[in-house]
Design a protein around this ligand. Structure first.
Ligand code: ARG
Length: 457
């Protein structure tokens, strides 16, 4: 396919350089946005009498035909073309003749690519938002089922205090709810049309950028043409939001990997989302969770690469910016692929409450409650904390739990102790009494589920 440009750079380009310069393999996926952007541009040119109504009609008809043919597979995108903008414009001219040559009046590929990317990425962000909601919905379902399954909560990966599986799962739903909010914030900020900035300095034609933006469903237009073609903040912002989604998915994956190990066995992943080993017949490996954890690095890499591509670029357009799409597309593809397997992986895993309870029974996760009981009898917390620590050490030496110490053993430490202490350190009671807002009781978890359900409906 011929190049769009000629003039000073009209000598033949070296084959390797031509291929190096090409972006069609990456940007061909924006064909719809490129065509819809061109349809709006032709309509604006006609509305402002820059081209005739007949020419605009021929252009729009030609472009719609190209869109339909690419969609149906009747027209293959030529991978020898320089980029998607070149391919669409040249195909249009082949099909519609002279009017096609008028389409590129009062625009440049610089504002065109900025427009296409914003349109395409707005749609991608919406899709990712839907996938996030689906995982949040799954977490709500599993939390509903496990809101009374007591398990140890951890700090430093050491058993700390009782929570429930439902409470734990809802913590992830909360993180994802912020991710959802960040994506929609980013979309709101990028809902600004750059088209009409032209190469960098606007145009001498009497165009109407507002009309064109409105046709394309943008909320507003960018205020400065140099910024319009140079700004890739939206790519960085999206990649940063996507990175944080991966952080959350990776932490959740790490827990699923731990929890499905024999050491924990709080959950068993479904066969549909695990793999076996080619040598060890007993293995059931959490590959999907591990891959999600592993792919996190890749999305962080996309973010870092985007930031690095942009730093030090003088205004306005520079070819470096062509690198943006491969990075941000990879980030979206990776996140969407992870969300697509994570939701059903969480949805189908088997929960094993006996093992959660067994883990909750040892590790002295009711020690704080014992100290709090003493505080209720008038002892200062710091004193109660110390005394409880001594009791824990004693239990540890004897190989028993706090529940198994006799009342005499307790009273040897403090006269304050009576029979009711056993009620206070019963694990279920320890959980049910943590009634502070946001806490782990089944009732509180229900409220959290309602909160998320309201957000995703
Ligand atoms: N393929 C280019 C990109 O993705 C389109 C813009 C080209 N503009 C230019 N002046 N060479 O950035």
């Amino acid at each position: 396919m011929a190049k769009l440009w000629s003039g000073l750079a009209s000598g033949a380009i070296d084959d390797a350089a031509e291929d190096f310069n090409r972006s069609i393999r990456v940007d061909s996926r924006m064909y719809r946005e490129d065509i819809l952007g061109s349809v709006a541009h032709a309509k604006m040119l006609a509305a402002k009498n820059i081209i005739s109504a007949e020419d605009a009609e021929a252009i729009v008809e030609g472009l719609n035909g190209i869109l339909a043919d690419i969609d149906s597979g009747a027209l293959k995108i030529d991978m020898e073309a320089e980029d998607i903008h070149t391919f669409v414009e040249q195909t249009l001219t082949e099909r519609a003749g002279e009017p096609g040559k008028r389409l590129h009046t009062a625009r440049s590929r610089n504002d065109q690519v900025a427009l296409d990317a914003r349109m395409y990425l707005k749609t991608r962000a919406e899709t990712t938002g839907k996938l996030l909601k689906s995982l949040m919905g799954t977490l709500c379902e599993r939390a509903e089922e496990s809101k009374a399954m007591v398990m140890p909560g951890y700090t430093h990966l050491q058993r700390a205090q009782p929570v429930t599986m439902g409470h734990h799962l809802m913590a992830y739903a909360m993180m994802l709810s912020r991710d959802l909010g960040r994506l929609s914030d980013a979309v709101r900020r990028m809902d600004v049309s750059p088209i009409g900035s032209c190469a960098l300095a606007g145009t001498t034609y009497d165009t109407d950028r507002f009309f064109e933006a409105e046709l394309l469903g943008f909320g507003s237009v960018c205020e400065n043409s140099l910024d319009g073609v140079s700004d890739r903040d939206f790519c960085v912002e999206l990649a940063s939001d996507l990175s944080l989604i991966m952080t959350h998915l990776s932490r959740m994956s790490e827990e699923l990997i731990l929890w499905s190990s024999w050491e924990f066995k709080f959950v068993e992943l479904s066969a549909a989302y695990s793999t076996g080993s080619s040598i060890m017949p007993q293995k059931k490996n959490p590959d999907m969770a591990e891959l999600t954890r592993g792919k996190t690095g890749r999305v962080y890499g996309d973010l870092m690469a985007l930031l690095t591509v942009l730093k030090g670029l003088p205004l306005a357009y520079n070819k470096d910016m062509q690198e943006d799409k491969e990075l941000i597309f990879d980030a979206f593809d990776t996140v969407d692929a992870c969300l697509t397997v994570c939701a059903p992986m969480v949805g189908t895993m088997k929960l094993i409450p006996e093992n959660m309870r067994r883990a909750a029974a040892s590790g002295f996760i009711n020690a704080t409650d014992l100290a709090d009981w003493l505080v209720g009898r008038g002892m200062p917390f710091r004193t109660a904390y110390k005394l409880t620590g001594e009791l824990v050490a004693e239990c540890s030496k004897k190989g028993v739990t706090l529940e198994e110490l006799t009342l005499d053993e307790y009273r040897a430490k403090s006269e304050l102790f009576d029979e009711s202490l056993y009620d206070a350190i019963n694990i279920d009671n320890c959980l049910l009494r943590r009634t502070s807002y946001g806490g782990p009781t089944p009732k509180s978890v229900e409220r959290q589920i309602e909160y998320i359900k309201e957000l995703i409906k």
